[in-house]
Design a protein around this ligand. Structure first.
Ligand SMILES: *Cc1c(COP(=O)(O)O)cnc(C)c1O
Length: 455
């Protein structure tokens, strides 16, 4: 529990931090968990307590917290060339090599890459690319962006407008022209008696009706996470992408796969669009891109968009966009190593190997009368707490059930994330079978304790 002495880490964190995305009553009562270091999938706090981080940091530390190869790649590049930009026709050799690598491992035969410092900036950049492209092609009115309720695309003004979460209303967002379609979550949004196939058809019909109502010629692009991560690990209803992609194609609307979480192995394949078998026009990558060892995002344009955007830039002799640290040499060197580690050192393979055990553990906990649904794929999953399993009635939000479960887990040495009334699990790719089992045992104890208190 928290140490209230004025010079404690908890008090110092309180005095100096504007906590982001933090439940303030919990942090006031319990104190911030201030961390010093990590080992494999574990992190350690200032009191020497050890936690299994079942969220891989924030989805991204997939190779764990002390991966030697990644640390060495960073050290070597810092010693060689510790920083540069990618403006004015100059960039580091690492940047060139990473772009080649990203196109090579992408689903695209050819393409071009643009770098940012985060996933939010990568989505912002993609929107600007689409606005730039459509205007250059004589369609300046093509500016509206389609996403889904519960989508998470980031926090900058544009990417927050794409994010389909009610909390953005405190900022007066979304901006006009950002349209949120129904979240394709069959368990929660399916109607009484509606089959999953009927539900998927309804989602597709809503998309087409929205396009027609708004005017096909006013829409710049459609963005989707293959699996909605921060929306609560919402896997799409069966056949969703097969139903919506042809409609988007029919109206010439570019399809952007936001692979910030799914990319590089999380769903069991390199890309989430592979797992769900659709071909996007561009991919947004971040988080796993550097295994969390460097802040970096990338927009990967597929062949068609790449040619069109290049032609639009040639016409005005410049694409006027970039961040000071775009294509940072250390970030690129780390990303090159991270891709190699994930794809060639058994990490992606381990996700595929662990997935059935992970799913079995989720299913076992979902037998609890207060778990309404388990959902997930690969090594990402969520358990949805409900007061009544039959009617899917949630707990009174004042009970803060998921926060209590997560806090109880923290006390037991397990970090997991409350999201709405769900608990999210997405352990690092280096996790062992024994660690998976232990994670579920600890979570089960926490569920029993909290449900006994509230049910
Ligand atoms: C985390 C996330 C982002 C935003 O990335 P930041 O680096 O936090 O800006 C965008 N899209 C998805 C799908 C994400 O999970």
């Amino acid at each position: 529990m928290r140490d209230d002495a004025p010079n404690s880490w908890e008090s110092r964190a309180d005095r100096s931090s504007l906590y982001g995305f933090t439940d303030l009553p919990s942090v006031h009562q319990r104190g911030a968990v201030v961390l010093t270091h990590g080992e494999g999938p574990y992190v350690f706090d200032v009191h020497g307590r050890k936690y299994f981080d079942a969220n891989s940091g924030l989805w991204n530390m997939v190779a764990g917290f002390d991966h030697k190869g990644l640390i060495e790649a960073a050290q070597a590049q810092y010693a060689r060339f510790p920083g540069y930009h990618a403006f004015f026709g100059r960039m580091s050799d690492q940047t060139v090599m990473l772009s080649e690598k990203l196109v090579e491992v992408s689903p695209f035969e050819k393409g071009r890459v643009f770098y940012t410092n985060s996933g939010s900036e990568a989505n912002d950049t993609m929107v600007k690319i689409l606005w730039f492209l459509h205007a250059a092609e004589g369609k300046p009115q093509r500016r509206k962006i389609l996403t889904r309720v519960n989508a998470y695309h980031g926090v900058t003004a544009v990417s927050a407008s794409m994010t389909g979460k009610p909390y953005n209303s405190v900022f007066g967002l979304p901006l006009p022209g950002f349209i949120h379609l129904t979240c394709p979550h069959y368990w929660r949004n399916g109607k009484e008696g509606e089959s999953e196939a009927e539900f998927t058809n309804r989602m597709a019909a809503e998309l087409e009706a929205t396009i027609i109502k708004e005017g096909p010629d006013t829409i710049a692009g459609f963005f989707a996470e293959p699996v909605m991560g921060a929306g609560g690990v919402i896997t799409p209803s069966k056949g969703y992408f097969q139903a919506v992609v042809p409609i988007l194609r029919k109206y010439g609307i570019p399809i952007i796969s936001d692979e910030v979480i799914c990319g590089f192995g999380r769903t069991g394949n390199t890309w989430g669009c592979e797992t769900y078998d659709f071909m996007p026009d561009a991919i947004i990558s971040s988080k796993n891109l550097t295994a969390g060892f460097f802040p970096m995002g990338a927009v990967i344009l597929g062949p068609e968009l790449s040619d069109r955007v290049q032609a639009a830039a040639e016409a005005i002799e410049e694409f006027p966009h970039g961040f000071t640290a775009s294509g940072h040499p250390v970030g690129c060197a780390i990303a090159l190593k991270a891709i190699d580690v994930v794809m060639n050192e058994g990490l992606a393979e381990n996700v595929r190997k662990l997935a059935p055990r992970f799913e079995a553990g989720m299913k076992r906990l979902a037998e609890n009368p207060n778990i309404g649904e388990w959902r997930g794929i690969g090594l990402m999953g969520a358990l949805e707490a409900v007061q009544d399993k039959e009617t899917k009635t949630p707990f009174d939000s004042k009970l803060s059930v998921s926060e209590r479960i997560a806090n109880t887990c923290t006390d037991l040495g397990l970090i997991c994330r409350p999201l709405g009334q769900a608990i999210v699990l997405c352990p690092p790719f280096i996790t062992t079978e024994a660690q998976i089992d232990e994670m579920f045992e600890t979570l089960e104890k926490a569920l029993k304790k909290v449900f006994a208190e509230v049910a």
